[in-house]
Design a binder for this molecule. Structure first.
Ligand code: ADP
Ligand code: TRP
Length: 329
């Protein structure tokens, strides 16, 4: 039997090169394993704990779907859908809520962090915390358990959520019999961390990002802003300590990377490296960028997501019936 993987993608605004190298690319590579059946969905209902502008929500959801499709997600090989198009998720979420000890959720990182921050600021513990944030891990458990995946590939920050899904599944099975399979977490160990314009980790929160689909001019302008040291052009340079090289090796071909290493050893000016880096990223992204813009302008994304939802529901509808039968609803 095929192994099944499932992962959720939160709709976020600006997707940057770091997100691509650290999260999107490894997830797409993971899905290519032979014999693996993969499910990807846009976790728009999870986004609702933060995004409260309806137009923004629609645009972010479509944008992130177009991003993944443009970067190579194959909707024929994967089941690709919007969480909100699969209402069984929300029904299951309630059933699981009734099995989940409140104390378990009190300990969830995101909630705990909000409480700690409030306390430190002398505010009431739950100030500004909505129930969506508090029960976030239950909705996530429903996303997962409804499709019975063997593996859930996620970033490290999500490990606790998978553990909660496992705990809730165990509790449910203990009461109602063997209904759910225990999902396993998969963490990609060797992903590169890309530096941003100022040399710190590229991150939205530092405002040092290069957006994934920057147009050529903007891309060039941003690459030119990347911080370097003040070594003169002719001085030999160490590629291992260069942010420009760290970026270059993710986007240039292996032969180009080797050639660049040699030029570092001989001495190459930073301006020259920036020009090469800009070309490499621009070339790498030109086709995905074209495809992204094309997808955004056409109804294709919506059609693909609707088809994906239909395929997802072919699993979720009959399984939810079984689950409801197990609890006597
Ligand atoms: P940000 O730090 O910009 O807010 P997120 O926290 O939304 O990014 O990260 C989404 C995903 O992208 C996570 O899996 C994270 O590990 C990955 N990621 C974010 N920034 C980088 C980076 N600079 N290098 C590699 N991966 C990154
Ligand atoms: N919480 C995940 C994140 O913030 C997104 C997510 C929602 C998810 N449901 C999921 C991931 C189910 C894996 C499986 O990135």
């Amino acid at each position: 039997m095929a192994t099944r993987s499932l992962t959720g993608i939160k709709p976020t605004g600006e997707v940057h090169l770091g997100n691509y190298i650290g999260a999107i690319k490894p997830a797409l590579t993971f899905a290519k394993q032979p014999g693996l059946e993969s499910f990807y969905f846009i976790a728009n209902a999870h986004g609702l704990t933060k995004i409260t502008d309806s137009e923004e929500m629609r645009q972010l959801t479509r944008g992130i779907a177009a991003t993944w499709l443009a970067l190579g997600l194959d909707p024929d090989k994967s089941v690709f859908y919007r969480q909100s198009d699969v209402p069984e998720v929300f029904e299951l979420s309630w059933l699981l809520a009734c099995m989940a000890p409140k104390g378990l959720l009190n300990r969830a990182h995101a909630y705990k962090a909000a409480v700690d921050e409030n306390k430190a600021a002398g505010k009431e513990a739950d100030a500004g915390v909505n129930m969506g944030l508090f029960t976030y891990p239950i909705l996530m458990a429903a996303d997962i358990l409804l499709f019975q995946p063997d593996v859930v590939p996620v970033g490290r920050d999500q490990i606790q959520h998978i553990e909660i899904a496992r705990d809730v599944a165990r509790q449910f099975n203990h009461i109602f019999g063997d209904v759910f399979k225990q999902p396993h977490v998969h963490i990609e160990e060797k992903v590169a961390v890309l530096p941003g314009l100022d040399g710190r980790k590229m991150s939205k929160s530092y405002g040092n990002t290069i957006p994934l689909f920057s147009e050529a001019n903007e891309l060039q302008r941003l690459v030119n802003r990347i911080k370097t040291d003040s070594l003169p052009p002719e001085a030999p340079k160490d590629p291992e300590t260069s942010n420009l090289f760290t970026l270059y090796k993710e986007f240039a071909g292996p032969r180009q990377v080797e050639a660049m290493q040699a030029r570092f050893a001989e001495g190459i000016g930073w301006g020259e490296v920036k020009k090469e880096l800009y070309w490499a990223i621009d070339e790498f992204m030109s086709e995905p960028r074209r495809r992204y813009n094309e997808l955004l302008a056409s109804p294709e994304v919506d059609r693909l997501l609707a088809e994906g939802a239909e395929r997802a529901r072919a699993y979720s509808q009959p399984f939810l019936q079984e689950i409801k039968k197990a609890v006597g609803l």
